[in-house]
Design a protein around this ligand. Sequence first.
Ligand code: GLC
Length: 684
Amino acid sequence: MKKLIAYVCMMFFVLTSAAQSQTDESKMNRFVSGLMKKMTLEEKVGQLNQYAGGFATGPNNTRVSRTEDISKGLVGSLLNVSGAANTRKYQEAAMKSRLRIPLIFGLDVIHGFRTGFPLPLAEAASFDLDAIERGSRCAAKEASAAGLHWTFAPMVDISWDARWGRVMEGAGEDPYYGSLVAKARVRGFQGDDLSKENTILSCIKHFAGYGAPAAGKDYNSVDMSMGQFANFYMPPYKAGAEAGAATFMSAFNDFNNEPATGNSFLLKELLKKQWGFKGFVVSDWGSVGEMMNHRYAKDDKEAAYKAIKAGLDMEMESGCYAKTLVSLVKEGKVPVKLVDDAVRRILELKYKLGLFDDPFRYCDEERERTVIGSKESRKEACYVAERSIVLLKNEGSVLPLSPSIKKVALVGALAKSQEDMCGTWSCAEVSKVVTLYEAMKKKGVTVDYHDGYDLKKNQIVNLEQTLAAARQSDVVVMAMGEQAWESGEMRSKGDISISSEQQRLVSELVKTGKPVVVLMMCGRPVIFNEVRRDAPAILCTWWLGSEAGNAICNVLFGDYNPSGKLPMTFPTDYFDIPSSKNFPMVGETKSGKNFDYTNYEEDIWVGYRYFNTVKQSIVYPFGYGLSYTNFSFSKPKIERKNNKWIANIEVTNTGNVSGKEVVQLYISAPETFIQKPDIELKAF
Ligand code: GLC
């Protein structure tokens, strides 16, 4: 009887909540349809325009005040404006418009807001989806307290080519894992209810294939088979749509010879029709207008025509819609229903955010003061940062540093750099970043700090003093790597090796006979073979954000046992990169060899799939990471149950400290007529 009552109650709940959402949906439809009936064509086109209200994150920023256009209802959204008071000011201008349609404010909140979190690639190294979701949740809480409704994140572009600077922004090389991370980040940003004022719209970007530019050169052409796209690059975009991401952003690149921003296969056929995406698509900075650079449109008007026909709903910055869309409709070249569809998608999300009820609900200066930079945010940032660190080498158990250590020679200018600790695409308050130097001083050891090398000139400085300090210490900790600005947008590199001078310094320090711990600080996989050979202990610490110093010290001193795994393969040699033979290193182009445009021959055999099959020499592959303890695995037991394959394995911690292991399950497809990589990650 009890079960029956429970079942009836559950069914009642399910039916009422389904009915409720149906009511909400029809209420929203009635409201939006009613509003659209009142809108002029000019006001409809106004909703499709987004401009930068503050700083520029792209070229040709017009930097004119939009306040007048806003009060005429000719602007739908602003980007790069934040702050409760600042956004209120612009929203007040929108409330002066005839129909009082509120603006939505967007910003690149990529890894934390004012409290900086680890780079997305670093967070991905945690292989901890809960930690990743919590990072996005915290970012949403802080960003929404600063008047923001929308982040242009998560970036879900799969990439295995570390020459491309924006690998720092994604989840690495694996489509299965990248899909799970995309869902976790969308959940983090959007929560389960967009009407709550501490949730923000997410944005799946850059649609599509932006992570596969020829030669790893940012913005370069993307050309791939549909098999490679469907099996390798597409899954995380689809996962984001399935997770209910509110918006998508079209990519700068052309995708199989057609700019993504005017690509109706991507935006209309795949995203909106096949995947049933109900949100809206925003262009990447100026990419509607840049269809002229692609020589795909001869002028603003043709660019606007191709974009709206392809299903591009909101235009960021280039103003082609603002200038020409009304006349395109009046001339009968663009059916008004295309404009109506775009407007509806945008108004529905403004409705879901609750902005028609209260346009100022995100402009609460009191909430801004209490939420941003809170102790809770800092704690979350440290929690996620600790889990993002990967232990690459630990010969002779140099790590964790033993309690008997009294004096540390801390070497490397990066150890003191607050700006670098944030990484690129950072909104963090730099002055509140805890550096490695600051944190180490609080660990109760004497810290003898030396720059070791000049970051700008990339050369060793004061070598004798540095070596003397090493000899007089119990251990040397060397912070090295690339500077934060060396990865990110427009930061492609032909050579991903770490400077030979920094590496030479490590070798000199090792010769002193003191234990040397290397902290590799980077935004991408880097090559550092001399260090890998000479240093007994190496941690990959990426760029970890506001709590970087505390997280690194917690791992160094054993308060947290590192559990991270590499989300991208670290090639041992530049020519391990599959397509490197087609694309010469930067140095070689000087000899007249250009970056000839060549297809990727490896097709689906990229990342660990390639390295595993072709290159046994890889030392630090995808999924690799050590611990301060050891784990043994029993032989997996495979069984079939309820039409599923279940793999059971027993993991034993055989060491003497507790720790966390990421068990990874790879499968191989049987020989079939379909090309498949030798191994594919299918669970962890
Ligand atoms: C940039 C980036 C994109 C970002 C946009 C707005 O060029 O490509 O990721 O969201 O412009 O800042």
